[in-house]
Design a protein around this ligand. Sequence first.
Ligand code: SIN
Length: 488
Amino acid sequence: MKAKTQFEPATFTQPHAFIGGQWVSAAGGHTIDVINPATGDIFGSVPALGFDETNQAIEAAKGALPHWGKLAASERAAVLKKWHALILEHQEQLAEILTGEQGKPHSEALGEISYGAKFVEWFAEEGKRAYGDIIPAPRAGQKILVQKQPVGVCALIIPWNFPSALFHRKAAAALAAGCTVVVKPSELTPFSALALARLAQQAGLPDGVLNVVTGMPSEIGRALMASPTVRKLSFTGSTRVGKLLMEQAAKTVKRVSLELGGNAPMIVFDDADVEVAVRACMASKFRNGGQTCVSANRVYVQTAVCEPFTKALKVAVDELRVGPGTDRSATIGPLINDAAVAKVARHVRDACSKGATVITGGKAHRLGGRFYEPTILANAQASMELAHEETFGPVVPIFRFDTEAEAIEAANDTNYGLASYIFTNDINRALRVSDALDTGIVGVNEGAISNEVAPFGGFKESGIGKEGSYQGIEEYLDTKYIMISLKD
Ligand code: SIN
């Protein structure tokens, strides 16, 4: 008989947050429900922690900082690697939790767990490479040492679209750097973070190094942002909230990393391999049902290939299977909540009222609830809402264009600058257009651009700072310079 582990998914639908190594309830026992987006049923409930409990978590992180920050990087790496192994060992259960609270298909949930785990492995090693410098001093008899040290207590605010992978992308970097953290998962998807915290505890992470506070954002955010102990904020979410947090961070001059909204253009030139472009469009647009900051939001197709591209894309979109993530044959799940469905419907309605043609989809799915049909709209125009606002849903609007200059101008005509995609077989054009696009990430003949080794982050109102890569750990390190005057 299989040994029962301490890690059954049901354990994580118990109402406990994680502070100072203890599994805690809210004062007064208040909880908030987490809804399964596929069914509308309650998936579980978590403590509705507030201002005071968040301050307790900050104090726990502060108390744990001196020990954790002073360990050798290899000692921190040993704990992170154990955590990594436990995550992989429990990936099926973690995927089950993720699908239950977020809705994504099981195969995508499994993909997210392994994607997230890679950040833990990567940063465990990167922590060992937080190199300093010795700088030639201006005067004889002096030495200048430059060293890196952990920023301190960090607040990590995790979004609902990738509650597991983005937890890791932030937490693993911070912990490897020697920081301690207070994690605030989205109130819509808190269980992945709690499950990962339990595995971190089993991996031997000392009490207080990682704390998870659950509840509504306003009180928790107020405590995190007001605290002078919190020296760094890393937030993934909307540009609107990112701007507010940036303002609040100014009061105590916290460092900020912000990964905010996107409005990614995908440009398909007439010399592109249409099959490759369609495959990449499917991967980018329909990952997580389009609820991804780097999803292609506007697809610009050069006139000569517009018809074959649209036809081939329709075939691929019509093959998608909409259904609850627990149905192993489903390839696209529900949207996160009713507001998300309403926004998608509003964008489609607005586009159609301004001349877009529905190629496929275009309405709520017959399954009802939060399911929306995968949709292609032709004849999209710059005047439509979906040209300027992230749809965050399964809608591909196709804009026709004639010249390279026109495509670049349209692609850059947005306040956002996270990702963009180019499809062409002309290397000169690929490099020329990559240079011209105002985005932090460019995919050339590639729709999957997220991984642990590359610097993920946007330009303009899409954010500040990088996650992943050797640059990701820098976000959690301060540089100190030491001037030494030597005696003769
Ligand atoms: C995001 O949507 O915020 C991130 C997605 C990714 O890591 O690719």
